[in-house]
Write a protein that binds this ligand. Structure first.
Ligand SMILES: *Cc1c(COP(=O)(O)O)cnc(C)c1O
Length: 456
């Protein structure tokens, strides 16, 4: 056993405090004192000779406080190849949205106040006109996220009655959003029609009756049924619902306001199309393909939107001024589709061409190789990016990246962990025995290389 040192040799709290000027300045005397006590207690518990002097203890206290105050929710490099990564916060916002949020944080805003009349206003009014303009819908409202939009729409339109939905559309989305559970919580009775792969107009017609409150169509965003399939399209389904005098609710999931094929992406149904087809209510997310902050949009028939706004749940699910500011700025970008891909990061990333990303990989590979710890190598590679958040699950995009490989005796997992521990963590994906860094979402190359210096 090592000699137990004489603990009286440890510096006193006061002695160390005298050396912690910058830490006191930054975090306050109470925090610095607590950190010194904790550091000294650890030293006492595990002390071995030689004991650290006061300067060394002060340095350890500085590290402890820096770690304690490092933001947990700090920026990282999303090199996973999934552009809208739910676990990494989905859409990165446009500069215009960031500016609008900052201003709304710092100052009072006319959130529920009509500047024209001086009377109390509605917080949703700020977006109502924009959403009508961009979707062709009669009216619009919004809530916390699309899960909330579906919940409140179902509850407002069909509480105590039946909602008819195809068996092929009873989706589960990550994070325990299961359509049957949401329907139960919304107080509507689920009536499943058709089969997993085929649902016909007669299936819906056969289920419609005096108890029917609505017909529900759900965009199967995160999977696709292929082969011997049949579904009833939005227009036909709207006609069937309207014959029976009930509304059609179409949950588009990601939803998009523009035809993405313009940027070489697969076509997703736009909100405008869903409305034009005859859906009475359409719900969609703010932070998926739309590229804004988390939100759930509800657009459609005025009388139904009014019913949704009267639902007491609305108050519990409402959106705050910061997100309204970000949403207004984001939606306004859609008025100028020609510059949308320049201004909206989500679309910018999705629309990047593979050759440009390949050139970036060639450019970065030697610099990255020089910064990796010994025993790891880099090569450039072709890979496929995903859109993510359930949007277009099968339509991957050709991309390029860096393949980090472990040489004999080194563990790839160790490198991945070291990259996650960086000041600005670097997150890639494990694939075929390599850690692949897909460069589709990398804009700050200099910052990336600077961050990698932290591996040393
Ligand atoms: C993503 C999704 C939802 C949930 O939307 P959030 O904005 O994540 O709450 C609901 N329905 C469908 C079809 C979806 O794709």
């Amino acid at each position: 056993m090592a000699d137990k040192p004489d603990l009286r040799g440890l510096p006193s709290v006061d002695r160390v405090l005298g050396l912690c000027g910058p830490a006191i300045e930054r975090h306050g005397r109470a925090e610095a004192t607590a950190a010194i006590r904790a550091t000294l207690a650890e030293l006492r518990a595990g002390a071995s000779a030689p004991l650290p002097n006061a300067e060394a203890v002060a340095e350890a206290v500085g590290h402890r406080l820096a770690e304690r105050y490092r933001p947990r929710l700090r920026p990282l490099f999303n090199l996973t190849g999934t552009v809208l990564h739910t676990n990494l916060g989905r859409a990165v916002l446009a500069e215009a949205a960031i500016e609008a949020v900052t201003a709304a944080m710092r100052e009072a805003v006319a959130l529920e106040f009509e500047l024209d009349t001086g009377r109390r206003g509605e917080r949703d009014d700020h977006l109502r006109e924009l959403l009508r303009e961009l979707t062709g819908a009669e009216d619009a409202t919004l809530v916390n996220n699309n899960a909330a939009a579906v919940l409140i729409a179902l509850n407002s339109l069909g509480a105590g009655r039946e909602a008819i939905v195809s068996r092929g559309e009873l989706i589960e989305i990550g994070g325990a959003f299961r359509m049957p559970d949401i329907m139960a919580r919304a107080g509507v009775k689920l009536v499943e029609v058709g089969t997993t792969n085929r649902t016909h107009p007669k299936d819906y017609r056969g289920a419609l009756g005096p108890e029917t409150g609505l017909v529900l169509k759900v965009h199967t965003s995160n999977y696709r049924i292929e082969g011997f399939t049949a579904e009833v399209d939005g227009a036909a389904l709207a006609a069937i619902a309207h014959e029976a005098g009930v509304p059609l609710l179409n949950d588009l999931g990601s939803g998009t306001l523009v035809d993405l094929s313009r940027w070489g992406l697969a076509k997703e149904p736009t909100v405008r199309e869903a409305i034009a087809e005859g859906a009475d209510i359409v719900t969609f997310s703010g932070d998926k393909l739309l590229g804004g902050p988390q939100a759930g949009f509800i657009v459609g028939r005025r009388d139904l939107i009014e019913a949704i706004n009267r639902n007491p749940m609305k108050r519990a699910l409402r959106v705050d001024k910061l997100r309204l500011a970000a949403l207004e700025a984001t939606l306004k970008l859609y008025r100028d589709p020609d510059r949308l891909a320049e201004r909206l990061p989500t679309l910018h990333f999705l629309a990047r061409d593979a050759a440009g990303i390949g050139a970036q990989a060639q450019r970065l590979a030697p610099a990255v190789a020089a910064l990796l710890p010994a025993g790891f190598a880099v090569e450039t590679c072709a890979c496929r990016s995903q859109i993510g958040s359930g949007a277009l699950p099968l339509d991957t995009l050709p991309s390029h990246g860096l393949r980090l490989i472990a040489l004999r005796g080194r563990e790839l997992e160790g490198l991945a962990a070291a990259l996650r521990r960086l000041e600005r963590p670097v997150i890639g994906r494990m694939q075929d025995g390599a850690l692949v860094l897909d460069l589709r979402c990398l804009t700050d190359e200099a910052g990336f290389l600077e961050t990698l210096r932290g591996l040393a």
